[in-house]
Design a binder for this molecule. Structure first.
Ligand code: IPM
Ligand code: MG
Length: 361
């Protein structure tokens, strides 16, 4: 099969981690006999510096004419003073919109043996395997916003809007994912206060009739935030609106304690977008110590969701699990004082394990 990708290494540690994911994809393509074609483009701060636009036209065109997009990370302190529309983050929102990716899948898994990474007691976090489905193109992120008035008496507004079709399409994704997992869908809202949440709950409840095999429950976002730390292993699939999902997915990442390991997929549109959950980590950029596994696991999600290459995806995931089980750690995962491997070595280890899995098959 032909796998045509655009990579957007972006800022900070983005280029380092993307390079390792590309290595793994190349090895995987070779092992399974696929033809891989990659075009690299500027995005975020890197694009701002090159062309004064965080999401340039030629980047957009390359993304839209490829089968999937792999993103490293965008943003950095150098851009904090840029006006809103010229911030790297604004480029990211435009990228999501241009691709039409309304469904953001953010798994947070505590792999066996990684319990000590969590700030929670091992027995609380053990077995946590939650998939957060975040609506990505609506809500307060894309609602009307404005700032009016003079300093001292200014007034700023952001609005949260959802339509029934927007809620339906993301809920379908949640129900279907739950069907393929432990069949429990937890819908998160703030229906005790917000109209948009009351509509959300109404629509999701109505849709449950079409998925009789899935057990649907609802929770408010505040109590869900509590439950996510007090009993994280009780969740299967969580579906929620854009900003609640932004917040809860960071929380879930912290709960399992290994942000550097977590991938994400944004799907449902013309072209899928895949990126690690972590940010650009400017404090450690260029030192060769960043953890590439979140990006490598994002590449596995890319093969699964954009190319239906399940076996290839699973073999990358298994290679990562085996590398970790063998005790290899980048600095973020290593115990205090213990030895750690570089970004590049970690990518190389995943490639080695991938090849040995293939050789045994
Ligand atoms: C995320 C990030 C982005 C978001 C920022 C960088 C715009 O926090 O992907 O979760 O809020 O969606
Ligand atoms: Mg976020």
């Amino acid at each position: 099969m032909q796998i045509i990708l655009t990579t957007l290494p972006g800022d900070g540690i983005g280029p380092e981690v993307t390079a390792q994911a590309v290595r793994v994809l190349e090895a995987c393509a070779e092992i399974f006999g696929h033809e891989l074609k990659i075009t690299e483009k500027n995005m975020g701060g890197a694009a701002l510096i090159a062309s004064n636009d965080p999401f340039p036209k030629d980047t957009e065109e390359a993304c839209l004419s490829s089968g999937a997009v792999l993103l490293g990370a965008v943003g950095g302190p150098a851009f904090d003073t840029y006006p809103g529309h010229l911030r790297p983050e604004a480029g990211l929102l435009r990228l999501r919109k241009a691709l039409g990716v309304f469904a953001n899948l953010r798994p947070a898994v505590c792999l066996p043996g990684m319990e000590a990474m969590s700030p929670l007691r091992p027995e609380v976090v053990a077995g946590t395997d939650v998939m957060i489905v975040r609506e990505l193109l609506g809500g307060v992120y894309f609602g009307a916003r404005s700032t009016e008035g003079q300093p001292g008496s200014r007034r700023a507004t952001d609005s949260m809007t959802y339509t029934e079709p927007e809620i339906e399409r993301i809920a379908h994704v949640g129900f279907r994912l739950a069907q393929g997992r432990r069949k429990q869908l937890f819908s998160v809202d703030k229906a005790n206060v917000l109209d948009s949440s009351r509509l959300w709950r109404d629509v999701v409840t109505r849709m449950a009739a079409s998925y009789p095999d899935v057990k649907l429950s609802h929770g408010y976002v505040d109590s869900t935030a509590m439950a996510l730390v007090s009993k994280p292993a009780s969740f299967d699939v969580i579906v929620t609106e854009n900003m609640f999902g932004d917040i809860l997915s960071d929380q879930a990442g912290a709960v399992v304690g290994s942000l550097g390991l977590l991938p994400s997929a944004s799907v449902g549109g013309k072209v899928g977008l895949y990126e690690p959950i972590h940010g650009s980590a400017p404090d450690i950029a260029g030192q060769g110590i960043a953890n590439p596994l979140g990006t490598i696991l994002s590449a596995a999600m890319l093969l699964r969701h954009s190319f239906q290459l399940e076996e290839e995806a699973v073999s990358i995931e298994n290679a990562v699990k085996q590398v970790l089980a063998a005790g290899h750690r980048t600095r973020d995962l290593a115990e205090k004082g213990a030895a750690s491997v570089s970004t590049e070595r970690m990518g190389g280890l995943v490639v080695e394990y991938l090849r040995s899995i293939a050789a045994r098959a």
